[in-house]
Design a protein around this ligand. Structure first.
Ligand code: GDP
Ligand code: GDP
Length: 437
């Protein structure tokens, strides 16, 4: 299921990343080591009272001048307005209101989105600075005084965030498959999108007006409906050079969060880059379906094993998602372009698949007989019962004797067995471990 998106916007040094880390820090981290963007503090999953959402820190790199700060903030605000369900606008209560705050406030005031104004660094809430009330002038509602460093007033902020999610945010539109086309500039995303939309003129104009889908394009193929996410965002370029990569990554992350299947486009001549790996890591952690689309295959001189060798490179570079299928296409020559859609559908189906509990448990029993579960200080891991408790992505609950005994490598082994036994190509699968009391 796609989660509501909450984006944090604000000047450098107001405390955005402190806030981000504190909110996210409460969450138990995922055991796996994926090269996700999580470590760069751009994106993380957060939770409050059982409601999950994606938190995105839109902050840019340290700018050196007031001009750069302003253009960075405009870019942040634009991303937030395009993508987020709720925008957190953070200002610094010690500095008081600045010109940049006013500019961004003007932009955000005009959006139809929910904006929450956070005045940070109010370490002593009983002693509000005199100019605190200036922030009312921004016209975006009641400022909330917080101290990110001390987590003061976090309960109020988190309550307000989750109460502000629009109805239906995070719900699945069961009938259509949401697809995000992700990749570096010039790999051929627009070309692919044009072919997909252009040759499938069911509805080609973007739907406007809905709170979050203003730039989504629906199309139909082979009797199925698809929604292409964020095509406009991909086209827009940042004026601040050093930030182009960061902002395109942030946009990509927001699009991934909303999709069912992510098409990771790779340039056949360039191979897989670090940025591709980061993006793939986010899709993996977010539990999305993924198809690796190698484009510009026409430019490659083919020898007997060219495709096999390329597949091996993909496997080596994207080891953490060896389940992702790849398709080799040339948008230019219209070669295998619609295989991309067939594969998208296939992966979406696998991601939504449910397996029978009986078969699942006998598969796990067999697996534990083939490879003994780990033990520690004479105590051995016991798995009593397994059930699939969710789809999109497939989620399995294991009843076990002791959580500490479930080592990552053994969980990985069981994951591979489940994949071998049932398929689940193209989708990450998730486990929860519950101790039987
Ligand atoms: P960002 O650039 O907006 O991500 O800001 P950071 O999170 O990096 O914070 C900038 C500085 O403000 C750091 O030195 C933080 O320790 C400090 N800071 C953040 N939150 C608070 C707060 O609630 N109170 C005080 N006094 N300082 C804070
Ligand atoms: P985007 O920046 O990812 O949206 O990439 P574009 O769709 O704008 O394509 C970038 C360039 O690559 C354009 O000049 C395209 O004509 C070219 N291109 C796209 N697909 C192919 C392909 O399959 N083969 C070749 N040779 N060029 C391609």
């Amino acid at each position: 299921m796609s989660k509501p998106i909450v984006a944090v916007v604000g000047r450098p040094n107001v405390g955005k990343s402190t806030f981000f880390n504190k909110v996210v820090g409460r969450r138990v981290s995922i055991v796996e080591d994926t090269p996700g963007v999580t470590r760069d503090r751009i994106y993380a999953e957060a939770e409050w009272n059982g409601i999950y959402f994606a938190l995105i820190d839109t902050g840019g790199i340290e700018p050196d001048s007031e001009d750069v700060i302003l253009s960075q903030m405009r870019e942040q605000a634009q991303i937030a307005m395009d993508m987020a369900d709720v925008i957190l606008f953070m200002v610094d209560g010690r500095d008081g209101m600045t010109h940049a705050d006013q500019e961004v406030g003007n932009m955000l005031r005009r959006t139809g989105k929910k904006v929450i104004l956070l005045v940070n660094k109010i370490d002593n809430p009983r002693n509000l600075p005199a100019d605190f009330y200036d922030f009312y002038e921004l016209g975006i509602g009641e400022p909330i005084a917080i101290s990110a460093a001390n987590m003061l007033n976090f309960g109020d902020v988190l309550d307000e965030i989750v109460e502000s999610f629009p109805d239906g945010a995070g719900d699945d539109d069961e009938d259509s498959i949401k697809v995000a086309v992700i990749g570096k500039p010039n790999v051929g995303k627009s070309s692919l999108i044009n072919v997909l939309l252009g040759e499938n003129r069911v509805i080609v104009s973007p739907i406007a007006g809905t709170t979050r889908d203003s730039i989504d394009s629906p199309f139909a193929w082979g009797g199925d409906e698809y929604i292409l996410i964020d095509t406009a965002g991909i086209r827009r370029k940042s004026k601040v050079n050093e930030d182009i990569e960061r902002y395109s990554v942030i946009r990509a992350i927001a699009a991934i969060e909303r999709c069912d299947v992510c098409l990771l486009m790779i340039d056949a001549e360039e191979g897989i880059t670090d940025q591709d790996k980061k993006i793939a890591g986010v899709a993996h952690e977010a539990g999305k379906g993924i198809v690796v689309v190698v484009n510009k295959w026409d430019l490659i001189a083919k020898e007997t094993n060219t495709m096999r060798d390329f597949k091996r490179e993909i496997e080596a570079e994207l080891q953490f998602m060896s389940y992702a299928p790849s398709v080799f296409i040339s948008v230019k020559d219209k070669q295998r372009v619609f295989d991309v859609i067939k594969m998208t559908k296939y992966v979406a189906e696998k991601r939504a698949m449910r397996v029978p509990t009986g078969q699942l448990n006998s598969l796990i029993t067999d697996a534990t007989m083939m490879k003994q579960p780990p033990s520690d200080k004479g105590k051995r891991l016991k798995i009593y019962y397994v059930a699939q408790i969710g789809v999109k992505p497939p989620l399995f609950s294991f009843q076990i004797n002791k959580r500490d005994l479930m080592h990552f490598s053994y969980a990985r082994y069981l994951e591979n067995k489940i994949r071998e036994g049932f398929g689940f190509e193209g989708t990450s699968i998730k486990f929860v471990f519950r101790e039987k009391g």
